[in-house]
Write a protein that binds this ligand. Structure first.
Ligand SMILES: Nc1nc2c(ncn2[C@@H]2O[C@H](COP(=O)(O)OP(=O)(O)OP(=O)(O)O)[C@@H](O)[C@H]2O)c(=O)[nH]1
Length: 297
């Protein structure tokens, strides 16, 4: 049987569960997921190989047309530009919610001409499952989609029907990645995402958005992998929040991340974290670029 291979973007407004779906389909954590909107800052590719077929999923930042922030606008552009480079699109919405970002995306998708699979996520949260069918009908009216798949990314519910639908949309062609590879992102990137996820989970509303994580040392001594990472903040006041009283916050972030990293790397991990200041990095394009975030022209 000839092989099929292609790119499918996962798009949606912030917080609908795109990174959770990517991690679930790939079977490992490759993208940070959190309750905080616009967690995702990069285009992250996840690879699913099943027999002759290879699906390359592209996670994208959440689209929020109402954002006043430069970084938010940069992230919107990244999501928009991804649509030009893929064979099909998963448009993820949240069961029972339709907001400005959904409306914006529906417009972009109609203009892109790409086949769209509409995924209705978080159906586990629906108290009344009877509203699902009318909801599907209503969404079909808003969007000319190839298929509609209700699911729960968090619980891993309905993953197989989604994969089957997506694989059928792929063009014939050779595999683009080795069959045992699950992402194009380096291990260092994945480690930074685990640390960032801890920051997002543990810090209050504003501070985590001002942070960025860089893994800058990595040494495997056999007994343990020694990892050193820098947490960048924008202002001095944020530095003390990330460190916490008596260093309690940074210690909790480090311990939480270390446990997860030991699972991920299947090895003992020694993690050292530093908090450093790079003033106002989100305020200008160069600062954003220096943090390793893609900036579309
Ligand atoms: N109940 C429920 N929660 C979910 C489900 N999928 C994701 N979530 C939660 O929704 C929140 C957002 O998930 P993410 O995967 O970070 O969302 P995202 O769309 O990638 O977010 P952005 O990076 O902001 O674009 C997290 O707290 C997830 O645990 C689901 O199927 N059911």
């Amino acid at each position: 049987m000839p092989s099929r291979c292609g790119y499918v973007a996962i798009v949606g407004r912030p917080n609908v569960g795109k990174s959770t779906l990517l991690n679930q389909l790939v079977g490992e954590k490759i993208a940070a997921a959190s309750r905080k909107p616009q967690t995702t800052r990069h285009r992250i590719r996840g690879v699913v190989t099943q027999g002759a077929d290879q699906l390359v999923l592209v996670d994208t930042p959440g689209v929020d047309p109402t954002t006043p922030k430069l970084l938010g606008k940069v992230l919107n552009r990244t999501a928009r530009a991804t649509l030009d480079d893929v064979d099909a699109v998963v448009f993820m919405v949240e069961a029972g919610r339709w907001e400005a970002g959904d409306e914006q995306l529906a417009g972009w998708l109609a203009a892109s001409g790409r086949p769209v699979v509409l995924v209705i996520n978080k159906v586990d949260k629906l108290k009344d499952k009877d509203i699902l069918l009318p909801l599907i009908d209503q969404l079909r009216g808003k969007l000319n989609s190839h298929d509609v798949v209700p699911l729960s990314a968090l619980r891993g519910m309905n993953m197989e029907p989604l994969l089957t639908t997506l694989m059928a949309l792929l063009p014939a062609g050779p595999h683009l990645f080795p069959d045992d590879e699950i992402t194009d992102r380096s291990q260092r990137f994945r480690v930074a995402e685990v640390i960032r996820e801890q920051l997002l989970e543990r810090l209050g509303q504003e501070v985590p958005y001002a942070t960025s994580v860089d893994v800058d040392t990595w040494e495997d001594t056999g007994a343990a992998i020694h990892i050193g990472a820098v947490i960048w903040v924008e202002r001095d006041s944020q530095k003390s929040i990330v460190i916490g009283k008596g260093g309690r916050m940074i210690k909790a972030v480090g311990t939480g991340a270390r446990h997860e990293l030991e699972d991920m790397l299947q090895h003992k991990v020694m993690l050292k974290l530093w908090v450093k200041l790079r003033e106002g990095w989100q305020g200008d394009i160069d600062g954003i670029r220096r943090m390793g975030i893609d900036v579309e022209p």
